[in-house]
Design a protein around this ligand. Structure first.
Ligand code: SF4
Ligand code: SF4
Length: 122
């Protein structure tokens, strides 16, 4: 069955946390992640975020390969419990053309064992 918002299940592959795009973070997101990591907001901001090009807000840093700084090797999110709202809202409140293919193709090997996990980049 073709994936749609009605039939969508997240398999937790973390593929949507890789590649192009960015994760914008709000003050509330930053505070939640800093608390989870038991560090100050200032330390979190310095260590894990960068200023957007338009200088209006912060985004999470990328790893060298372009993946989100919090994406782990197994596809899980290192701050899952405190992940940004942007991540929580995908794909229900925002998505982009072809998001279904990303989930279907990247997760075909994971479909034996659905798990909660990550979410994506705008
Ligand atoms: S690509 Fe789709 S199925 Fe995989 S983690 Fe992201 S939202 Fe979930
Ligand atoms: S769910 Fe986690 S790993 Fe994925 S983009 Fe959001 S913060 Fe990064």
């Amino acid at each position: 069955m073709k994936t749609s918002l009605k039939t969508f299940t997240c398999w937790g592959c973390g593929n949507c946390c890789r590649g192009d795009g960015y994760v914008q973070v709000t003050d509330a997101d930053t505070a939640s992640m800093a608390a989870l990591l038991a560090i100050s907001v200032e330390t979190f901001t310095e260590r894990y975020t960068v200023l957007k090009r338009n200088r209006r807000g912060l985004t999470l840093r990328d790893q060298a390969d372009g993946a989100c700084i919090f994406l782990k090797a197994d596809g899980a999110c290192a701050v899952y419990e405190a992940r940004p709202q942007q991540c929580r809202d995908f794909p229900y409140k925002w998505n982009y053309p072809g998001w279904e293919n990303l989930c279907e193709n990247s997760c075909s090997l994971e479909k034996e064992k659905p798990k909660s996990n990550a979410t994506p980049r705008e």
